[in-house]
Write a protein of this length. Structure first.
Length: 164
């Protein structure tokens, strides 16, 4: 599974309120969530984002609340994968559960605008501009399978006797 896109880079400690402000989380309409993704952090993000682009962050991305709307908003907006040095654990798990790929790359020096190729199965991020490869903490195969299925619910529907 190779994902290609342009990097949008942000710093450390981006919390779930910065990803999707709480006042917009009272809906299940993912397009409504997408319309407000990162608006308090970067009001022009939605204007620059193209489907398939890659969000890149520093340490502790997705800290704060356990709201599942944060990864949902990113996925609905067209973000194909999130690369960070480190994720808040609840955000990481919520992202996997809804089928948004996330990779931890502790030593990246990716800059906004860099063209990236992310190989989820190998756990690599290739920076096309700088011709460098970064190695992510590899996800367990079952997590990759959940992401490939489009999230945990879809995975359970196809991999077991679950009435979901």
């Amino acid at each position: 599974m190779i994902l290609q896109g342009r990097a949008h880079v942000y710093g450390d400690n981006i919390d779930t309120d910065r990803i999707i402000p709480g006042k917009y989380t009272k809906t299940l309409d993912t397009q409504s969530l997408a319309a407000h993704v990162l608006e308090d952090l970067d009001p022009d993000f939605r204007l620059r984002l193209q489907a398939g682009d890659i969000l890149v962050a520093g340490d502790n991305f997705g800290c704060g609340s356990s709201r599942e709307q944060a990864p949902l908003a990113l996925k609905a907006a067209g973000v194909s994968v999130v690369v960070a040095r480190y994720f808040a654990r609840i955000f990481f798990r919520n992202a996997i559960n809804i089928g948004l790929p996330v990779l931890e790359v502790p030593d990246h020096n990716i800059q906004s605008g860099d063209a990236l190729e992310v190989n989820l199965l190998q756990g690599t991020v290739y920076n096309v501009n700088k011709k460098t490869t970064f190695y992510a903490t590899r996800m367990p195969e079952v997590m990759i399978a959940i992401v490939q299925a489009g999230g945990l619910v879809n995975y359970l529907k196809t991999h077991g006797n679950y009435d979901v």
